[in-house]
Structures are given as structure tokens and as C-alpha cells.
Design a protein around this ligand. Structure first.
Ligand SMILES: Nc1nc2c(ncn2[C@@H]2O[C@H](COP(=O)(O)OP(=O)(O)OP(=O)(O)O)[C@@H](O)[C@H]2O)c(=O)[nH]1
Ligand SMILES: [Mg+2]
Length: 206
């Protein structure tokens, strides 16, 4: 596989799906404040960085769960532009975060509004990351069974070429790091498929 020295990642998804915790897992340290600790949700985009042992740089941007991409919502538009600035010159991937056990109409609306706002070409940069893999163990279910239980989820995954991974942010470090490695591999493959290209938003359109 070709080696891309930088991975710029933006995490999106509804509130409470585990974006901030996923960001911490990816960075390998507590940087973003998760829901339970803050008592409230992430309200502003924030970024963190990490250098991997092999010299690759990881940039992770956390976004508010209320990140509403409806064009008419001028309150959140500056936040979207800030998120693009934090991932400048543009993100290599958008991680669309889905909580296992929860894929509802709200989640579908979220991806639809992302497509409407960022354009259809965003799909080439989307990787779905399922959090709460630990829930599967409790429910004696495999990830494939969970995916098969929801037709819309199947549609979402096929729209982004079946690029998906799962993680438990609550796992012990060793297991969690294996999942993080798999997510980084998937991101590298995505960058390779896009020939090193990254997403750009023409802010003059907004
Ligand atoms: N069991 C389990 N809980 C998780 C996992 N990831 C996150 N959580 C919990 O889910 C809750 C929400 O996590 P956050 O990371 O704050 O979610 P968020 O998407 O950043 O939420 P907003 O900032 O409101 O958008 C917290 O209580 C987390 O500890 C996971 O993999 N397994
Ligand atoms: Mg958050």
C-alpha cells in the first residue's frame, strides 16, 4: 500500500454517538471531552493531532452532534467553515459515526443533509465507523447481523463502497488499539483510492 504521510480526519454524526470518545481513541490520549464528563455535548469544533511511530501525522477534528448542515441554518454554517479550516487544506476522510444499536431516521437525515450540503462527491470520502462494539457482545450479535437487521444501513454502506469499521471506545487499550489500527488502514486505503486527493468545500457557494 502507498504511504500517505498525513491523515486529516473529520468526525461527523448525531449527538451522543461517541464522536469525542472515538477522537480520543484515535489520538491515543484524552483530548476531546465526552458527553458524560462535560454534562453537555460538544458545541464547537476542536482539533487534535498525533504522530504515529512510523512518522505519519494524524489530524482529528471533532464536531458538534448538532452539526446541522441545512443550508438555511446560518448559526451552524460558520462552525462548518471552521471545521474545514481546522482540517485545512481539506479532510482526507469524513468518519460518519454511528452508534451500534441505533440507526434511526435521524441518522439517515444526518447523512442526507451532509450530502445536500457538501455535495454528492462527499461519499468518496466517507468511512462509516460504528461505536459501541461492546454492545454486540452483550446482545450476542455480530456486526454483520446488526447491519443486516437494517435495510437503510445497508444502503448507506453500499453508497460509500462498504468502507466501514467498528470499535469499542470502552475496550482495554490493547483491543482498542487493534480497532484503531484497522480504522487507520481503512483511511489509508480510502486516500489511495482517491489518489491522495482530499475533500474541498467551495465556501463561495455559501
Ligand atoms: N458502551 C460504549 N459507550 C460509549 C462508546 N463510545 C462512547 N460511549 C459513551 O457514549 C456517550 C457519548 O459519547 P460522546 O463521545 O460524548 O458522543 P458525541 O458523539 O461526541 O456527542 P456530542 O458531543 O453530543 O455530539 C458517553 O457517555 C460515552 O462514554 C463505546 O464504544 N461503547
Ligand atoms: Mg462530542
Amino acid at each position: 500500500m502507498e504511504f500517505f504521510a498525513e491523515m486529516r480526519i473529520v468526525m461527523v454524526g448525531k449527538t451522543g454517538v461517541g464522536k469525542s470518545e472515538l477522537g480520543n481513541s484515535l489520538l491515543g490520549y484524552k483530548h476531546f471531552q465526552p458527553h458524560a464528563l462535560a454534562g453537555s455535548s460538544t458545541s464547537l469544533c476542536k482539533y487534535g493531532t498525533r504522530m504515529l511511530k512510523d512518522g505519519r501525522k494524524v489530524v482529528v477534528v471533532d464536531t458538534p452532534g448538532t452539526f446541522d448542515t441545512r443550508k438555511s441554518d446560518w448559526k451552524t454554517t460558520p462552525e462548518i467553515i471552521r471545521c474545514m479550516e481546522l482540517s485545512s487544506p481539506g479532510p482526507h476522510v469524513f468518519l460518519f459515526v454511528v452508534r451500534i444499536g441505533r440507526y434511526t431516521k435521524e441518522e439517515q437525515d444526518a447523512i442526507d443533509s451532509l450530502r445536500a450540503f457538501f455535495g454528492e462527491h462527499i461519499l468518496s470520502y466517507v468511512v462509516v465507523v460504528f461505536t459501541c462494539k461492546d454492545v454486540l457482545v452483550h446482545e450476542h450479535m455480530t456486526l454483520d447481523q446488526f447491519i443486516a437487521s437494517n435495510t437503510e444501513l445497508g444502503t448507506l454502506l453500499s453508497n460509500c463502497n462498504c468502507r466501514y469499521a467498528a470499535i469499542s471506545n470502552w475496550d482495554h487499550e490493547i483491543d482498542r488499539n487493534k480497532d484503531v489500527e484497522a480504522i487507520f488502514d481503512l483511511i489509508q486505503c480510502t486516500i489511495q483510492n482517491n489518489e491522495g486527493d482530499y475533500y474541498t468545500l467551495d465556501i463561495n457557494d455559501y
